[in-house]
Design a protein around this ligand. Structure first.
Ligand SMILES: [Mn+2]
Length: 309
């Protein structure tokens, strides 16, 4: 893959219309069923499934581009969850429990594939082939978090995809060496909130932990300063130092691109080397956007290269 001329695109979540609008805006056009650009390729940052009105349509655009060589599609936590949702445990039940909350998250995907059930099973098999991350001399990209401590074992073991059912089982077992590296890569670090503090996320699920910024030095910072949960204001409280976040992403590292964080407002860089492109296209408030960064190899990113619809 070329290391310049890459358009990174954030979480799509079944919003096929926005995806097509963004691709057109970026100068991609349909050739032989797949969106292509004469000089550029797309790197999708994961989360194609769930929430939006046309999951199957969005997935098929992404797949066609991957097949045509005009895109790379990373695996997101929603793709991981979809696999775990359908894999049975040997002792009964499924790897991802079929609780009301988890069924509701997956329901738009099932609705979209209701009349295409063999295609759905085939799509699930495709998810095993999606890369978990891309690292080149000029950038890194993954769905949620780059943590070099957890990337080391993955690289050593040559784990680049979920590969098969057995590997997903391992990733769901907290005692397995793959559990934390994959959890960190696809979901990022979270810390417990102090006793008595909780919030409801956009899907109505009560949370007692918060996602935190992994590109900030946590030393001496409070949870309020490190938390990254759109629309939630935490009371000032001390940072729980027993949590492992010492491996934050430094300012001199190569640019890193990711999605996952369900941000609000106009897309902006977090830092010259930190670019999150998930601007909540599937927000129930209807004000989310689908965002892209037009990367040409520069080591200091520029807000003017962000495009969104
Ligand atoms: Mn997402």
């Amino acid at each position: 893959m070329v290391t310049a001329g890459i358009d990174f695109i954030g979480d799509i979540h079944g919003h096929r219309e926005k995806l097509e609008a963004l691709l057109s805006l970026l100068g991609y056009s349909k050739q032989g069923g797949a969106y292509c650009h004469p000089e550029r390729v797309v790197l999708f940052l994961g989360d194609y499934l769930d929430r939006g009105p046309d999951v199957r349509g969005a997935v098929n655009i992404v797949r066609a581009m991957v097949d045509a060589g005009s895109a790379t599609a990373l695996l997101g936590n929603h793709e991981f969850n979809a696999l775990a949702f359908w894999i049975k445990r040997s002792e009964g039940g499924y790897l991802r429990e079929h609780t009301i909350n988890k069924i509701l998250i997956h329901v738009e995907t099932m609705r979209s594939y209701q009349k295409y059930q063999s295609e759905f099973r085939e799509m699930l098999r495709w998810l095993y082939t999606l890369p978990l991350y891309v690292e080149t001399d000029t950038f890194r990209a993954q769905h949620a978090c780059w943590d070099s401590f957890y990337m080391e074992p993955l690289k050593k073991l040559g784990v680049t995809t979920l590969e098969n059912e057995d590997r997903v089982r391992r990733c769901c077992d907290k005692k397995d060496s793959l559990y934390w590296p994959i959890d960190r890569l696809l979901k990022g670090p979270e810390v417990p909130l102090p006793e008595g503090v909780s919030f409801y996320d956009s899907e109505g699920v009560r949370r007692v932990r918060t996602r935190i910024c992994w590109w900030k030095n946590p030393q001496g910072k409070t949870i309020s300063e490190l938390a990254i949960q759109s629309g939630v204001d935490f009371p000032e409280c001390l940072y729980p130092l027993e949590t492992d976040t010492s491996n934050y992403y430094g300012e001199s590292e190569r640019p890193v691109f990711f999605g996952h964080y369900w941000l609000a407002g106009s897309p902006l860089l977090f830092r010259e080397n930190v670019c999150c492109l998930d601007y909540s296209v599937a927000s129930y408030k209807g004000n989310g956007t689908l965002a892209a960064y037009r990367f040409d190899g520069e080591q200091r990113l520029d807000n003017r290269k962000i495009v969104y619809v």
